[in-house]
Design a protein around this ligand. Sequence first.
Ligand code: GDP
Length: 432
Amino acid sequence: LPVVAVVGRPNVGKSSLVNRVLGRREAVVQDVPGITRDRVSYAAEWAGQRFTLVDTGGWEKDAAGLDARVAAQAEAAVALADVVVLVVDATVGATATDEAVVRLLRRSGKPVVLAANKVDDQRGEADAALLWSLGLGEPWPVSSVHGRGSGDLLDAVLAALPDELLASRQRPSGLRRVALLGRPNVGKSSLLNKLTGSDRVVVDATAGTTRDPVDEVVELAGREWQFVDTAGIRRRTHQASGADFYASLRTQAALEKAEVAVVLVDGSEVLTEQDVRIISTVVEAGRALVLAVNKWDLLDEERRHYLERELERELVQVRWAPRVNLSALTGRHLERLVPALDVALESWGTRVPTGRLNSFLGQVVSEHPHPVRGGKQPRILFATQPSTQPPRFVVFASGFLEAGYRRFLERRLREEFGFEGSPVELGVRVRE
Ligand code: GDP
């Protein structure tokens, strides 16, 4: 993992900045015991990039011989860092010690990101700007007390990391993988063509990676997405006889590789059994799901009315899936696909902390206990979420829970924690 070291003289707010970075919901992963007493490293994550954050703490403790210690610490941290964050107190400005550290950092040749700390308000921005004088480029104003600016600072840190260390540039699996599914003639190839159209960039498979040649990387909303098994869509193999069988094999193979499926249905026609079957396959495969109702340009008021009732009736089991009403022909609402994919993928990867899960379930169960059956009432003891993608919960109970009650629990979990666009699994273990 790339290593990011935070250095700075005493009292500039270095440690609170580190805590701020780690305390962000997105950033924390876990503590790692310090490499030495004076240096502590943490596993951190920002924007999907994992890195090791090294806090060069301990300078504060020893006032005597400070300069030498500062130098030694900075040197050690810098030696092992890929990027250094130099924290300066913007309210004080650059001191002689700061300048000494800058000289040392410069000699190391490592990229340095300058954090101008204690910029708690608009006025502080002017103080921050004065730090251009350190010759380290743009000072990033942050307030480790209010959390202001720390996201921008982290973006700058990631931007300063050498390319070969970045996860997204290392592995094609950093791309989100999408399967575009639907029965013949719903408009899959039309949609794919529209999405890869001349106004958007189609990126070739990167050399040296094992990306499947039948996949296409498509840039949408400024990001790259891997559409899996698009050759099958473009080739229209499904017109052959025995089409259903091969189509369903292909659907399964695509789901195997995908994280999220966009299931296209034809809004101008009655929903068919095959549409419903494809949607069930996605749920059974445990993939995130976005529903796209195509050919919206053909629908009149009356058809729309009936369509709503059909969807409501046929697709109750995926009421949680985000839906986009679009037209591959006119391009209507295509821009809504990416936000829907983002929501579904985020839900798919959600982990509920065990404490929160249990305090919530405790409350639900006390308000709505399991019904008494045969003189017995199963008690719910404890729940955990052992895995994500999709979220899977295990409830430990003193007896068997009936299907209706399990569905009730799942519904309440969804109401509380969202999971829009993702299947949720709920298992029960009976403990005597
Ligand atoms: P696929 O078999 O799912 O790949 O479907 P195609 O993309 O080949 O589309 C089947 C037919 O529907 C073609 O004649 C398309 O022109 C037409 N079509 C696709 N999308 C739309 C749409 O949004 N509106 C209308 N009116 N026609 C569409």
